[in-house]
Design a protein around this ligand. Sequence first.
Ligand code: PMP
Length: 297
Amino acid sequence: MIHKGPNPYAPDPNLKVWIDGEFFPADQAKISVWDHGLLYGDGIFEGIRIYNGKIFACTEHLDRFFESAVAVRLVLPMTKDEIRSAMREALKVNSLTEGYIRLVATRGVGTLGLSTKYTANPSIIIIAATIALYPQELCDTGLSLISSSYVRNHPNSISPRVKSLNYLSSILAKTEAQLLGAHEAVMFNHLGFVAECSGDNIFIVRSGELQTPDTAAGILAGITRNIVMELARQRGIAVTEKALVRDDLYAAHECFLTGTAAEIIAVTSIDGRQVGNGKPGEITNALKADYEKYRSA
Ligand code: PMP
């Protein structure tokens, strides 16, 4: 959107952003136009929650960050422990006990051209900030989904397992959903099986069983997804990772999404069809309560 006058979405100028070892006020936190992260989307990221002054699932996020780095052949200039300490420092400097960390690594400054040979010094960025969540009303009523016309990236291309700085297919899917009056888009893979939503994993409940696409469907191995599967098993709910088709979504008794920001959020309509009784389901609500307890422990 183009707005006249000051950007209403400008960052809070009081926030301090960590870039390669130094803190900068939010409005002066900048990277070079020559950085291949900007020029080619050549980089990786993580989104991490802060609850109660603690970095939630920090090890899992750091492990995935380093796996993404390996996948795109990016040699990170810091160890996991060093990044963990820098993130803690960013929380302290910004006096944050609840919020969200965006951890980013870019290929760094280089000449024009795709070759990684002509770049040097990957940059690490840590933005510790507050988080804008779905409004409570939507959490209570549930989201509407549409089937996206955008196919999830082929796993042998830039795999959806990698949290790379190329999120355009997700952005286009989300925008498509919003233009059609829905909240989110469910994306299918190149074989036509359900993959995931633009920035969340998807689950359905059928006859009391929890079902979700296998990671082989070409999805991000969500950290919230893993925790939710474990919490369901602890409740005695069977969990199956399997190939799902669109009709499985239409026949679902319940549906919900999982993600670091959204946690667990119910879906109550898909392509204009009501899911279950049109309200967040019983198992969805039970898992939401379990998740809240788990993350506050
Ligand atoms: N799928 C995609 C495409 C994502 O970007 C994300 C993270 N926002 C997720 C799923 C959920 O993963 P996590 O639970 O690790 O946040």
